[in-house]
Each structure stands twice: as structure tokens, then as C-alpha cells.
Design a protein around this ligand. Sequence first.
Ligand SMILES: Nc1nc2c(ncn2[C@@H]2O[C@H](COP(=O)(O)OP(=O)(O)OP(=O)(O)O)[C@@H](O)[C@H]2O)c(=O)[nH]1
Ligand SMILES: [Mg+2]
Length: 282
Amino acid sequence: MCNTCGCNVTDGNRHLLTPPPKGHVLGNNPAKILNGLLEHNDRQARLNRARLDEQGILTINLMSSPGSGKTALLEATIRQLNGTLRIAVIEGDLETENDAERIRALGIPAHQITTGTACHLDAHLVQGGLDHLDLSQLDILFIENVGNLVCPASFDLGHHRNVTLLSVTEGDDKPAKYPVMFRAADLMLISKTDLLPYLSEFSPERAESALRNLASSAPALHVSSKTGEGVADWIAWLSAERENYRNLLTQQKTLTPRVETEGRKVHALGPEITFRPLHPAI
Ligand SMILES: Nc1nc2c(ncn2[C@@H]2O[C@H](COP(=O)(O)OP(=O)(O)OP(=O)(O)O)[C@@H](O)[C@H]2O)c(=O)[nH]1
Ligand SMILES: [Mg+2]
């Protein structure tokens, strides 16, 4: 799939594809160049994370299919927190400033990244987003990834936790069908639960059991941004993660998200490429 769509080439890393100078370690083998992009991504992600850690900003990557309620969740979160934590948002979409405008309308700084054709954010794009924010004024940064249940899970952005939304309109089999995305989740949020009375075919139990079948122990919470049901549980999860993160920082450690190595294979070319685990598990 991504071997043909070229989605691992973004405006943030396109410059790395220019022919390398003679004697450059990547040579001109496309497989090596694409593997090089992933290595460059990881290197940039580590720099992003160090920058965020310096300021103690817990950074959450929100992923899901298009329209499952990521921006609505952010709006509900901002309302619920009511200024008790300093928040900013980096928005990722192929086109439009719509989501960033929705966040700014609530008085929260937001930077929109438009990827053009790329179906995921990467660490280079996020680095550009960080440059637009005053990091000295933040407690939590949310990154709303491009709506896509496949590719975003494979890219470390330098963030700390992955949150994957599954809206009840999508069907409870999605964790089984999109294992790379759901295995990468540190938290699964079943969203739009106010619609459950109209969607008797969706079973939250079946959705959670599909997640467990992936050997994931990530918590599964229910939320409706429309009615506010479950928003307090989500905020409690965020607060616990923030406390854990701050404790780790005092020990010169940090939090790292789950990033799926199997998905990374999809984003590379050639059988000769070997993958290493991205991070020591915390
Ligand atoms: N009933 C109901 N509708 C919701 C809820 N959350 C979001 N929606 C609606 O779902 C649609 C998409 O919501 P968004 O928040 O824009 O979804 P998104 O995941 O940010 O979409 P993209 O950024 O395009 O991927 C909008 O019409 C929302 O009003 C919810 O909890 N309940
Ligand atoms: Mg959105």
C-alpha cells in the first residue's frame, strides 16, 4: 500500500530525497533512502521529545479514522479543563485550517499543518509545528493526526502517548481489521456513545474484546463529546498520565508511546531492511 502511495514522503522530509552528495552513506538506492527517511524521522522525534521534556509538556497524539470525533473531543476537553491546564494543539489535515480555527475559537493556541497528499504526520512536520508555539507556556500539547486508521501509527512524532478513537458508527470490528493502529494505542476511546441507542449492532464489549485479542492491555474508555458522558474519565486518564510523566522527568526519564514496528515494514521497501525496536519500553 504505502510502497506505492509514497506516503512516507512529506513536505517535512522531502529534502532528504534529493540525490545525496557523492560518497554519502545512503548512496542512491531508493530502499536505503526510504529506510533513511524512517531513521531521520526517529532522530527528529527524539529531538522533539527532548524539546518537550525540557519544558515538561505531556504530548498526546490523537489518531482515528476521519470524522470519528478528534476535534470535538479536543473542544470538549478544553471546555472541561476550563483553563486549569495550559493547552495547545497541533492539527494535521490534508487541507484547510478548519480544525485549528475551531480550537482557536475557544481561546487555545493551535497550529494547522496541511500535509497536501501525505496521510500522516511525521516528526519533521511536528518540529515545524513546535516552532509556532510558545512552549514555555504549556502543560499539555495535543497533536491531532491526519484522519487515517493505518499510517499514523507507524511514525514517532516525539510525543508521549497515543490515543486512538473508535466511533460507534464505524463498527466494533475495527481493532481486528486495523491491528497496527490499535496495537499502537496507549488508550482506546470509544467515541460518540450518545449514538449507541441508534446503533444496536455496535457492541462496546466486542470492540474491547477485539482490542484484547491484539494482546493490548490499553484501557478502553467511553466518551461522548456531545453529551459530555465519559469526558471526566478521559480527563482523569490524562491527569494520571501527566503525573506519571512528571515523576519520570524528575528521574531523568520520559514516556514513550507504542510505535508499531510491523507498520514500519509497510512503509519501507525491500526485504533487506531490518528493523530495531524504537524505544525501550516504559
Ligand atoms: N453525536 C455525536 N457526534 C459527534 C461526536 N463527536 C463528534 N461528532 C460529530 O462528528 C463529526 C466529525 O467530528 P470531528 O470532531 O470533526 O471529527 P474528526 O475526527 O476531528 O474529523 P477529521 O479531523 O476530519 O478526521 C462532526 O459532525 C461532529 O459534530 C459525539 O460525541 N456525538
Ligand atoms: Mg478534526
